[in-house]
Design a protein around this ligand. Structure first.
Ligand code: GUN
Length: 301
């Protein structure tokens, strides 16, 4: 059996078309478009490429977009003042501070300074709390977990009563997706286990997963014999394992590998996400979704 591929690139296109249409409609009826600012501190090449893509996507769907680049030496107090400026800017609905930040800046302090009603990343403690409570309390589910849930639902995978095993307990992926999958509601209502570096028998837990979500950041961690036949495997890992010359552009590009041994897993699973082109494209898509939601909350529509 060969698994069905869940392609983030295809789902992204559908969702971005839906968002573009809704933005145009709101603009016509209310004279407003969602505003997104991305704040980039320093010159980390991966961060630059993520932020560039976020801004390009925001432009594509018709948002007002601002890319605010700051020097790596910016004082913490100046960064806090910048966030306060955008908190008070009526035309801005979403504020995103690209992580990681330089060492002299306290990341927690910065994330806590963002107005929770503009925190489209869903990283502010208020939004983490809202996510934990679930239901109508949730305003901004964090983007990667939201993308994962969207992929599972759009692939038609049954989640109610499913055994979900999450590998990894990060604040950005593992903890929030575990929380979302256990809520009582559509696309969730699952029995969830979270495994991590302290777990005694990783393989035994993975083997009983109907839905296996892997966000460990370890290339090829999940072996084919750990995968339950017919299950749904979501690989969140994006590991740079080398470089190659692109056939299209002739430029050097990273060779990316997931946390799952994809070539073997595709013969066992029922559904699987590729790397690249799987979960990756969904993160930015859900950021657009959250920014649109933020304007809609404000307008009461
Ligand atoms: N760095 C890596 N992923 C993310 C993300 O989803 N949001 C932000 N703000 N920074 C990141």
């Amino acid at each position: 059996m060969t698994a069905t591929l869940i392609k983030g690139t295809e789902i992204r296109e559908k969702i971005l078309e839906e968002i573009t249409a809704e933005v145009a409609d709101i603009k016509e009826k209310h004279g407003k478009v969602p505003g997104l600012v991305t704040i980039l501190v320093g010159e980390n090449p991966a961060s630059i490429s993520y932020v560039t893509l976020k801004i390009k996507t925001a432009h594509r769907v018709g948002f007002k977009e601002i890319q605010d680049n700051q020097s790596p030496d910016i004082a913490e107090s100046d960064l806090l003042a910048l966030i306060e400026k955008y908190n008070n800017d009526e035309s801005i609905n979403g504020i995103l501070v690209q992580l990681p930040l330089p060492k002299h800046i306290d990341e927690k302090k910065i994330l806590n300074a963002i107005d929770p009603d503009k925190d489209v990343d869903g990283f502010h403690p208020v939004n983490v709390g809202r996510l934990m409570i679930g239901g109508n309390e949730v305003k901004f589910p964090p983007c990667t977990p939201a993308g994962i849930q969207e992929m599972i639902v759009r692939a038609g995978v049954e989640t109610k009563g499913a055994e979900v095993v999450v590998v990894g307990r990060s604040n950005i992926v593992g903890k929030p997706i575990a929380n979302m999958m256990l809520q009582k509601g559509p696309g969730a209502n699952a029995t969830v286990t979270v495994v991590h570096t302290g777990t005694k028998d990783l393989a035994a837990h993975c083997k009983r997963a109907d839905i296996l979500i892997v966000a460990a950041g370890v290339p090829g961690l999940v072996k084919p014999e750990w995968i339950k036949p017919g299950s749904c495997v979501i690989d969140v890992g994006v590991n740079r394992v080398g470089e190659k010359i692109s056939e299209k552009t002739g430029k050097k590009i990273a060779i990316l590998r997931g946390d799952v041994d994809f070539d073997a897993a595709i013969e066992i699973a029922g559904f699987i996400t590729p790397v690249p082109g799987g979960v990756g494209p969904m993160t930015i898509t859900m950021l657009m979704q959250n920014t649109l939601k933020s304007l809609k909350y404000k307008l009461g529509i």
